[in-house]
Design a binder for this molecule. Structure first.
Ligand code: SF4
Ligand code: SF4
Length: 257
């Protein structure tokens, strides 16, 4: 795994070097008397509520003011988070392990912290008046949540990791092609085909199947189906790949953006 690119001490500018700190090798400042240690713990924390008899144990950091108390807690370093993530996905969805690991590592390495200039003054009122950028999205402009509005907009989109071990299974013999399942599906998984009608009938639109790449297993379609053409089944390994009806023959060509 690629490690952090931090090379110099943010306190004194000295070079960082690997050193044993707290039973583990960490980057620490080599300058005499500096003492800076780089803790690779960007955000995740863990906290515990410890009960003893009828009481909850709280702790106080030795650097805190006397009346401050807190839960027993600490930061998680990146390797620990990554190991827990990998363990979770290795059991449940091995195929999703690699993409999730890569996403986590990119989140750690590519995030940029941008410092806003603030007025060079100790005056609180002036600081509060400093211009701040407004949020890009508010409740009126935020994208629709929980719904993929542009199906196939990502070549590698695969929602199979969201499923809980069950898939909707389509039986074409029972289907009356009413389209109710498509109306309720939040991810537009249903694939339709045009077929010539019998005799003088116009072209008919028929449900061909489900593209399991986009199916997150919410089972709304099953509740909506009036004919029993959709039923809930356990999802054995490889079932989705073997039975999916692809929405696009070549996702790269079909991207809308
Ligand atoms: S379970 Fe049905 S409604 Fe839910 S995402 Fe899959 S196909 Fe769509
Ligand atoms: S709701 Fe059921 S019957 Fe209607 S199109 Fe979907 S699968 Fe077919």
């Amino acid at each position: 795994m690629k490690k952090t690119r931090m090379r110099y001490c943010p306190w004194c500018g000295g070079g960082l070097e690997p050193r044993q700190v707290g039973e583990r090798e960490r980057l620490a400042c080599g300058a005499d008397g500096c003492g800076y240690v780089f803790w690779d713990n960007p955000t995740p924390i863990v906290a515990a509520i410890v009960e003893q008899d009828d009481h909850v144990v709280l702790i106080r950091n030795k650097g805190w003011p006397e009346k401050w108390l807190g839960l027993v807690s600490g930061f998680l370093e990146r390797d620990a988070v990554l190991a827990a993530l990998s363990e979770t996905f290795a059991k449940k969805h091995p195929s999703a392990m690699g993409p999730n690991e890569r996403t986590f590592v990119r989140g750690c390495e590519e995030v940029r912290l941008v410092a806003e200039p603030r007025p060079d003054t100790g005056d609180q009122a002036a600081r509060r008046a400093a211009p701040r950028p407004g949020p890009e999205f508010g409740y009126l402009t935020a994208p629709i949540g929980g719904c993929i509005t542009e199906v196939g907009n990502t070549v590698f989109k695969d929602l199979s990791a969201s499923r809980q071990g069950f898939v909707p299974v389509f039986d074409p013999e029972e289907c009356v092609h009413c389209g109710l399942c498509d109306l309720v599906c939040p991810d537009h998984c249903f694939v339709w085909r045009q077929e010539p009608g019998a005799g003088d009938e116009e072209i008919q639109v028929r449900l061909a199947g489900i593209d399991y790449n986009y199916c997150k297993g919410c089972m709304r379609c099953i509740d909506s189906c009036p004919s029993g053409a959709l039923t809930k089944h356990e999802e054995p390994e490889g079932f989705a790949d073997a039975h999916r009806v692809p929405m696009f023959s070549n996702p790269r060509k079909s991207r809308r953006r």
